[in-house]
Design a protein. Sequence first.
Length: 378
Amino acid sequence: MLTEQVISGVTSNDVNPEGLRLLPLGGLGEIGMNLMVLEYADEIFIIDCGLMFPEPYMLGVDIVIPDIAALLSEKERIKGIILTHGHEDHIGALPFILPQLKVPVYGTQLTIAMVARRLEEHDLLSESELNVVNPGETIATNHFLIEFIAVVHSIPQGVALAITTPAGVVIHSGDFKIDHTPLSGEKTDLNRFAELGNEGVDLLLADSTNVENAGYSVSEAEVKKAFTGFLSAGSGRMIVTLFASNLNRIQEIIRLAHEFGRKVAILGRSLHNNTLIAREIDLFDIPADTLVDIEEIASLPPEEILVITTGSQGEPFSGLSLMASGNSKWLKVDSGDTIIFSSRFIPGNEKAISNLINRLSRLGAKVLYRPIAFTHAS
């Protein structure tokens, strides 16, 4: 029994052999490294396979991944890894864990495309089985029926999971947001959740970063309205930093830049990769001739330039940090620039981000970020 190998003191006499067992190997009580194991009889499914960035005391450590020692002797029982969305804390450990398990992977089109890119970088794509599952579709085995349910998140094509087993029904929310006016047109399928509630749910596994905050989440449409104001008021060069996975917002910023007569340059490897993936699967609809290579901005007037760059969390070698230190190959920050942090401050990164904002301000740039300006919603 899988559970016996992990939880000290638990034996087959303590656990209902006909029951559904859930074993979190990461992601509970911490941000990152999401991996949940579901076991019923002779079948196991894994939900998500993420990494976590190291704590400050973890000197010399680049990333942290779940310990899957308990799964290695159960590989023949594992029916697959199901991914709720494409954030690194949900897919980033796959290049390290998948070669050990060699099981099918399931996710929506964007999620699978992002996984494919990462596996290709590790020369693992040809030996991996990747399967696209759309919201409303199911995966069925002898003991599991797993339905994909559309949810809104900061990355497109996120899903929740309705997991039906002989022991009962489990809802795994994935990461979600209830936004009635999302820019992408995707909406959280509240009707399906209501139907499942009426039919009967035995266990809810819910995850939402801001769940402790009273009131409602702000719609992405409000962020668009704020950016319209920034662009209409801005007369110089505009630089926006945000999470590379926030593809809906990237798309909308590019559209707004086009409306205001600005060319857009993308700076940063992760941003380049994700925008390329989004275009390859027709997720982006970018006006013709709006995107330019970063080296072309030197020939354009400042008021016709918008740069989207990495660095929203103060990462030392990101595009924005290199600008702040004067080491960017492509541009030098000056007093005419407006720099927008369109992201939240991830806990633990506050000092690095504040230092970055201070350095940019000393160079004369106008720096906008929450809460002094409405630059982000989550």
